[in-house]
Design a protein around this ligand. Sequence first.
Ligand code: G6P
Length: 611
Amino acid sequence: MCGIVAYIGQREAFPVIIKGLHRLEYRGYDSAGVAILNGELNVYKKAGKVSDLEAFVKEKNTSGTIGMGHTRWATHGEPNDRNAHPHFSETKNFAIIHNGIIENYAAIKQELTQRGHKFQSDTDTEVLVHLIEEIHNNGKFDFDESVRLALNEVVGAYAIVILSKKDPNKLIAARKGSPIVLGIGKDEFFVASDATPIVEYTKNVAYLNDGEMAIISDGELTVKTIGNEITIPYIQELEMNLEAIEKGGYDHFMLKEIYEQPRSIADSMRGRIDSKGLRVRLGGLGEYENKFLNAKRVIIVGCGTSWHAGLVGEYLIEDLARMPVEVEYGSEFRYRNPVITEEDVVIAISQSGETADTLAAIELAKSKGATIFGICNVVGSSIPRATHAGSYTHAGPEIGVASTKAFTAQVTVLTLLALQIANRKGTITASRFQSLLNELESIPEKVEKVLKANDAIKKLSEKFVKARNFLYLGRGYGFPVALEGALKLKEISYIHAEGYPAAEMKHGPIALIDEEMPVVVIATRNASYEKVVSNIQEVKARKGVIIAIVTEGDTTVKNMADYVIEIPECDDILLPLLSVIPLQLLAYHIAVMRNCNVDQPRNLAKSVTVE
Ligand code: G6P
């Protein structure tokens, strides 16, 4: 939530910052703003997208080699010009940008108001920059120390960058709970919420740790804790390349990412399967494999699409490794009083690796002695650093807000994990293990085949542009896919959609069915095929419109359904990887035809770093 980017060096800062803001816009796009330090501290900000800000500053003076920018996902205060970042201090000598929430802002604001401070916005952020100035003016503290002392007074989460008019060659950044990456170039430094604004300029990055601040001045970087201890930043090389974060000829990132799935699924398996030697090896499991083998229970935590991948994981681990599994929303788990023991293994799934609720669930489980295994996409993000062990999904940057390739990569890694544990526990026969590995390796090719249905799905989508509701049904491995299909549609097309276990339909949703209700059914030839066929009959008997995802060559469902989309035959456990693809495309085309902004759907953000 909220993207921040800053630059200090020899170049003009503004173009670097605007480009960076466009790359970070997936994190929020309610308003945007920049501050440029050039003798003066000029702040320009505007409600709306980064492009609105660009239009607004066209005739303004944006020259300068130090600056920062922000794209906002509103928490405190509605998305208008006033609440957009950067925020000034009382005298306008300091300006701040912030991603996170200052939880005790109300108490600090009250105190500062009593001392005569006047606030221009409704945000929690503005309070922090006033506090920094108050400390600076009251004591004998310099810029760095004022920031450090202020951060010791605030409760909550932050990634911030602060500039001071009186320190024209300095930039200070700090983090607690929200991410900050530092890019280290030749005589220049970049600060950003993730590496995408940086990769074009340098591959050398360092991730700030929680409770650390970076002071960049006169070509020097100093990192210290807010407890005032100097730390040495660990500089690493970025694996990301520029093409990965550009649209590459596609109309939208979402479509590009859907089409990348044959590659991204293959990448998430790469080096992890030895089908001849009959082995799966998730290197990240390391010494923690035994914890898995001896665990009494597996708890999977995640949010949104990652939670849906978790549901697939539940079926896989129960099915193959014969272990009891529970799947939890991070947000619920963290505030319950869950029973967790040292014999539990928690799998935390997150594309961004930054989701606040998932992170909090990890901390809770860790404090009770559980072993935490992370499945994340963004390298170096907070969750992989908070877990004991883990595997990256290697899907590459996912920019479209609606998750697509991250989901299939998460499911691929969960499949590998279930197979590895099953193999080690002896809960799977050698022949089944071998055939599943072979099938898994053929999935990228089969996904390629499913993608060939794109034109047909686009045509089909025309019929549903005006639909107001959609129902998605699936059973067994098809059920999480139904949930994910419904989520995709509602996220980007704003059509109300619900996913349901097919058999549960008669306990409620069946009341909604009439000729206006499209029902998407995962009706592939798998363990529950016959039952799902009966559910289709029930929908048809009530004049519902059936769009069925079927196994190639199926004629039974074809004769019943209004529309069918074929997918290649596959083992039940691999069904989610193939059946979700047509649902992603269906949601995409319907949303495009409804003129929705598919990459930046309203009110959503890709990385949810607040509760
Ligand atoms: C947001 C995104 C979803 C994502 C969810 C969890 O809601 O819009 O696409 O599934 O957060 O994010 P994570 O990064 O933890 O997978």
